[in-house]
Design a protein around this ligand. Structure first.
Ligand code: DOR
Ligand code: ZN
Length: 350
């Protein structure tokens, strides 16, 4: 008999885009209804590069959380060519900034301020290693000569392996991994290195980009990969290895920014995030491991306490709206117009 109810420790989202202003006001509730904490990405325009900016942004996020919901945004700084060791010390001493995000220049949405010369930030990485402040990495090269489907693997070979050798004590999260190469790299790392996995990379392979026509709402960075990679990601996520944990990379864009001649990268999943992961774990026959992936491995890696609240899902199919409000526009969520098998039933925040 399949179970009709899942009760887990309240989960956290270790990688989410909440944006700012009206878009922030539209999206934050989806995340706060499900997750107790979330690592909030700093790729605003302009980027969040200082502790003061991060703490202001945190206040703006909290102001949008509906009354009665407990939600703790964990802030990150955007690592630029100008970031200094003093910024790192300030971040470590702050009560709110928990990590620093590295975007290779040009890799994705709002990555213009990202790093183009990794050697030139080694003194900052040294400070991070010393202060034990985790580095969160968008692991793709942007070299146009490299095939777009190979950019994660090439990033690991070209940048991550040398960086690990140089800074063995630096804690690293390889964000939103998409390939077998990344899974194997994480599995072969003995310490200090973990990876987040999104729901969409667990649910979709690259065929979903061209399903009867081009599907801009399935376009994200790193781009969806072939089925072999998806299967490897599922095995990693549902396998119980503490080096893999939940990070949605939910990334809202207005419909018109996606349905365009040059559409933005990003898939919005916050409206059904934990429900979608539950589908993946059930399908893999490992619902019993959802809690560890969603609620234990992340805080254990970051060195935070696990949540005490509980979240209950029940087997009740619902249809995702065709569009969700997003500021003055709308966002087309993953599964728009289609069913999701699990529903949120209860939240005990404790
Ligand atoms: O698909 C993505 N969207 N990948 C990223 O790395 C950034 C994100 C965004 O900010 O839209
Ligand atoms: Zn992201």
């Amino acid at each position: 008999m399949p179970t009709n109810r899942i009760e887990i420790t309240r989960p956290d989202d270790w990688h989410v885009h909440l944006r700012d202003s009206q878009i922030l006001a539209s999206v934050v509730e989806h995340t706060a209804r499900r997750f107790a904490r979330a690592i909030v990405m700093p790729n605003l325009n302009p980027p969040v590069t200082t502790v003061a900016q991060a703490m202001d942004y945190r206040k703006r996020i909290l102001a949008c959380v509906p009354a009665g919901l407990q939600f703790d945004p964990l802030m990150t700084l955007y690592l630029t060519q100008e970031t200094s060791p003093a910024d790192i010390r300030q971040a470590k001493a702050s009560d709110g900034v928990v990590a620093v995000k590295l975007y290779p220049h040009g890799a994705t949405t709002h990555s213009d301020a990202g790093v183009s010369d990794f050697r030139s930030i080694y003194h900052v990485l040294e400070a991070m290693e010393r202060e034990d402040l985790p580095l969160l990495v968008h692991g793709e090269v942007t070299d146009p000569r490299v095939d777009v489907f190979d950019r994660e693997k090439v990033f690991i070979d070209r940048h991550l392996i040398p960086l690990r050798e140089q800074f063995p004590g630096l804690r690293i999260v390889l964000e939103h991994i998409t390939t077998q190469d990344a899974v194997h790299f994480v599995q072969s790392s003995e310490h200090n290195l973990a990876a987040t996995i999104t729901a969409h990379h667990l649910l979709l392979n690259r065929n979903a980009l061209f399903d009867g026509g081009i599907r801009p709402h399935h376009y994200c960075a790193p781009v969806l990969k072939r089925e072999l990679h998806r299967q490897t990601l599922i095995a990693a996520a549902t396998g119980g290895d503490p080096r893999f944990f939940l990070g949605t990379d939910s990334a809202p864009h207005p419909r018109e920014a996606k349905q365009a001649a040059c559409g933005c990268a990003g898939i919005f999943t916050a409206h059904a995030a934990i429900e979608l992961y539950a589908e993946v774990f059930e399908h893999a026959g490992h619902l019993d491991r959802l809690e560890a992936f969603a609620s234990f491995h992340g805080p254990d890696f970051y060195g935070f306490a696990r949540n005490r609240g509980r979240l209950v899902l029940e087997r009740r199919s619902w249809t995702v709206p065709e569009a969700l409000p997003l500021g003055e526009s709308v966002c087309i969520p993953l599964r728009a117009g289609q069913p999701v098998a699990w529903s949120l039933a209860a939240l005990d925040e404790r």
